[in-house]
Design a protein. Sequence first.
Length: 291
Amino acid sequence: MGTRWSAAIVAPPPGVAAAIAGVLAQVIAQMSHWDPTSQLSRINAAAPGRWHGIAPEFVQVMTVALDIAARSDGAFDPALGALVDLWGFGPPGPRDDVPEDGAIDAARAAIGPGAITLDPLLLRLRRTRPARLDLSGIAKGHAVDAVAARLRAIGCSDFLIEIGGELVGAGIQPDGQPWWVDVEAPPGMALAPLRIALHGIAVATSGDYRRTSASGSHSIDPRTGRPIAHGTASVTVLHADCCHADAWASALTVLEPEAAMALAEREGLVVQLVVRGRGEWLSRGLRAMLD
């Protein structure tokens, strides 16, 4: 997944590291757009129109992804891969120039509603257009959830799991304290620390400063086909599971700040939005948690 993972586990049983590695290997084998042998990469390499059998976990992630794509009016799109590659953030590698308008328009035409058909009952999907699946805005969150589920299955009840800035905490630390997590402030912005007790809850942060190129932010707006340029520096979402937290953070980063907060309130999301020059915005749900 192009990032690191860490786990703090109280009284871990023998073999726990191997168990975690096995879960992550399975996620990569199914959903990595960086691994050319993954299930996702094989789907991308095939001609559009063909049905592909996928694993139940893959179906689960695609169900969430397509739901949030619809709820965000296209600000999140699991078929964004061609645009991500075009702007230099995918497996083909970085680029020093801006893509031509024609190439951007062609990639945009392949995505959006109807580009992916999911058949959850038969565990299959197909691309109806030459879109390329890219689950980098949701798969890390799913991986955190999958690791947490595996730990619970082998008897672990107190742990903190982190993959690339997405976290799930369960139970308590040995000293009786919850798993405290400080939300990172974007560089150059003086914000009061936001400290969260991860007790049976997940948190994900999307920041436009984490990866950049000569073309700008790595957060690509599927509606325009271009990097965002509206000033949102980071979005943090707390949710019952990390899959949703990750995808919602990705979607809200793409939306203009006012639209992002309106959507967060409509969906009842717990959100911190940080905008350059405009400070920190908190949803009603987060303000209630801090009171």
